[in-house]
Design a protein around this ligand. Sequence first.
Ligand code: NAD
Length: 292
Amino acid sequence: MLARGDQVRGIDNLSTGKQENIADILDRIDFVERDIIDLDAMRTACAGVDFVLHQAAIPSVPKSVLDPLGSNRANIDGTVNVLVAARDAKVKRVVYAASSSAYGDTPTLPKHEAMSPHPISPYAVAKLASEHYMVSFYRCYGLETVSLRYFNIFGPRQDPSSPYSGVLAKFITLMLRGEQPTIYGDGEQSRDFTYIDNAVDANLLACSAPAVKTAGKVFNIATGRRVALNETFKLLEPLTGYKGQPQYGPERGGDIKHSLADISQAEAALGYKPKVNFEEGLRRTVEWYRGK
Ligand SMILES: NC(=O)c1ccc[n+]([C@@H]2O[C@H](COP(=O)([O-])OP(=O)(O)OC[C@H]3O[C@@H](n4cnc5c(N)ncnc54)[C@H](O)[C@@H]3O)[C@@H](O)[C@H]2O)c1
């Protein structure tokens, strides 16, 4: 957004986010460390704003299983606060970071937006409930909203240290240190891994695409290709210089086997096309972690 000349304001309670991640732009944005649960803070944050890109959440399935109330507060109440503040400030459009977890463990592939959702974890339920709030605020108040269902987003700055981290951040940091990564199950589970720049693109397109095609709607944001963990490990070997084998552990309960998105709706309505493929995304991500 800064690169295209926008004025940017950010609000984050730094619960999982880190200020160091925005250190190089901090002097060019209006950043406040506040909680989206705080309606007054949200009202201040939305004043004079054209677009709200709502990414804040406690983004973890296991955390939500441990603490469903905390997940509900951040991931549903927080969203309603964002929407109320955006509505009252007459924001032009709200774009929401929804989640492919809404699809649950239905075996049908690829996942498309017309399928019935089957969320399993409290996290998935909360992300889906927030999508419904997005639609509701469009239908009831005319606030233009767009929900983007992200599929396994990865890239620089993802925190590999938490037990809740994404698999790629973990694999890359371990393999760069020459340490053995663990694959849970047979490694043939696959994901539609999506490099962060594609998600950023989707957000910017979602702000500008015509309302008639986008407002009150939900779109998959992914690449439309799935890659197995075993294949991912093989791609990472030359990139990281890791020479060993992965360790295989027991399958983890609740893990879905495969994930793959149909992205035709996002292509048609937003003009979205993934610009960075998986291999290039991995290369850029490894480079970033290597430089840390
Ligand atoms: N990474 C993925 O693969 C993925 C997939 C589907 C959906 N999402 C969604 O994308 C969004 C971003 O996730 P991420 O993976 O970048 O995780 P992240 O943890 O890096 O980002 C979430 C941010 O929200 C902030 N936050 C949490 N609760 C808050 C609150 N109450 N008030 C203010 N700020 C708060 C955190 O400090 C953090 O900076 C989330 O909404 C997540 O549900 C991510």
